[in-house]
Design a protein around this ligand. Structure first.
Ligand code: MN
Length: 221
């Protein structure tokens, strides 16, 4: 038996629809610029876009229906609703969920202007709310499915997965050329247009047709 000098960190996991088993999260990869209209709203040129990837730590996962303390060092915390792909192996998909790629937009803008890394804009405490997962065996065709985000009941983002520039299969192919994907990895596949800020007291809900929703509420820290 191995003795550890500190208590090993807990396994981070997500619920699975239809079973009490849970999905243990390994790594989180995120795709930037995967919907043309979002690239445009961020001031980019969609014709010249290629898939870009960044990461979040698994500890950034937040379960649905949680309260999230408004994070420090930002005055422009944004929501980005995204399809989440959960990997069963390097090549096989376990299931799908709905995630919200929370972004400290002001820190991201500062990093972009300096050509610096995005980490502190994307990979901070509670920055990856994610729904329960629906096993792929129970998931209908999601190459075309409505994707929405509501804030306090008002629709802020409203698009369709068929607007993704890079399909799930293409994303997995691109990522696999760069790293060896593995069981437990999550891929946040990018957000459509309509991203915007949240304030303390706001409740946001991300939905994709046929998938379980993700809902979180922002509170004063
Ligand atoms: Mn995103």
């Amino acid at each position: 038996m191995t003795n550890y000098c500190i208590t090993p960190p807990p396994v981070i996991s997500l619920p699975i629809i239809g079973t009490s088993d849970r999905f243990p999260v390994r790594r989180i990869y995120c795709v930037g610029k995967n919907y043309k209209n979002h690239v445009v709203e961020m001031g980019g040129d969609p014709k010249r876009s290629t898939p870009i990837f960044f990461t979040k730590s698994r500890e950034t996962i937040v379960q649905s229906k949680s309260d999230i303390p408004y994070p420090p060092l930002t005055e422009n915390l944004h929501f980005e609703v995204e399809l989440v792909v959960a990997m069963a192996s390097a090549t096989d998909i376990f299931g799908y969920g709905v995630g919200i790629d929370m972004t400290r937009r002001d820190i991201q803008a500062g990093a972009k202007s300096k050509g610096g890394p995005w980490d502190m804009a994307k990979n901070f405490d509670n920055s990856a709310p994610c729904s329960a997962l629906l096993p792929s065996t129970q998931t209908p065709d999601i190459t075309r499915a409505g994707i929405r985000l509501t804030k306090n009941g008002e629709i802020m983002q409203n698009s369709d997965l068929d607007k993704m520039i890079w399909s799930v299969e293409e994303i997995i192919t691109h990522l696999s050329a760069s790293v060896t994907l593995g069981a437990g990895d999550l891929i946040f596949t990018g957000t459509p247009e309509g991203v915007g800020p949240v304030s303390i007291g706001d409740k946001i809900t991300g939905e994709i047709d046929a998938l379980p929703p993700i809902s979180v509420h922002f509170i004063n820290d």
